[in-house]
Design a protein. Structure first.
Length: 222
């Protein structure tokens, strides 16, 4: 089953007709190359989009070239604007990816309607989580919290293996996400490996001790 459907099914029960509608939408997928812009900041989005495969990210670019990466998007994520409100940030493809127009939710209380509502609620929770990371957590806590969030989101679409996840994210991008320098990210990753919190092999990160993660960032890890 497609990762996007698996992700939505973790949020609400979908009936056969809703699964069929999703499969039909997936058959009309759109492909994007790495670094290709999916949605420009300030543009209108005519209908919600569903991430199918690959990674993207929301970003705000400052006039002097600095950027803040606000959020990464993974399979199963919904890209949706509030009606009449333009996009608050640009969305850029990180890897080769494909997405499709999300099928209509149908009647209120339907499986898709509940899944979309749950996804929007999760987006808000992740945004508040990012604000807290940037405003109050140490570098060590920021990385642990971010790794836990990414794992939680990839697990929803079965896009990771156990506690291991493959991240197509450079240390520079981690720095732009977490408000740190590249050097600080590198040193903090070394500290996490030394303390037995994570293990890294190439682009694969394995969370070695969820209990330790809980102790570091508290009840916000789910």
């Amino acid at each position: 089953m497609a990762p996007a459907i698996l992700a939505l099914q973790t949020l609400a029960d979908l009936d056969l007709s809703e699964c069929a509608a999703l499969q039909s939408a997936i058959s009309r997928r759109r492909n994007f190359a790495p670094r290709q812009e999916i949605l420009a900041e300030g543009a209108a989005l005519s209908q919600p989009l569903l991430m199918l495969e690959g990674w993207a990210y929301r970003t705000h670019l400052l006039a002097d070239g600095r950027r803040q990466i606000i959020q990464f998007l993974v399979p199963g994520d919904l890209i949706a604007n509030v009606d009449g409100v333009s996009a608050p940030a640009s969305i850029i493809a990180l890897t080769e990816l494909n997405l499709c127009a999300a099928p209509a939710a149908g009647s209120e209380g339907s499986g898709l309607a509940r899944a979309y509502a749950a996804m929007r609620a999760l987006d808000e929770r992740y945004l508040f989580r990012q604000i807290t990371r940037l405003g109050r957590l140490s570098a060590y806590e920021r990385l642990v919290d971010w790794f836990c969030e990414v794992h939680e989101r990839l697990a929803r679409s079965q896009s990771c293996g156990g506690n291991a996840m493959t991240l197509p994210v450079t240390q520079e991008m981690m720095a732009d996400t977490l408000g740190l320098t590249n050097v600080h990210i590198n040193r903090t990753l070394q500290a996490l490996r030394r303390d037995g919190i994570i293990e890294t092999v190439g682009k694969t990160v394995r969370l070695l001790d969820h209990g330790a993660c809980q102790a570091i960032v508290g009840h916000r890890v789910r």
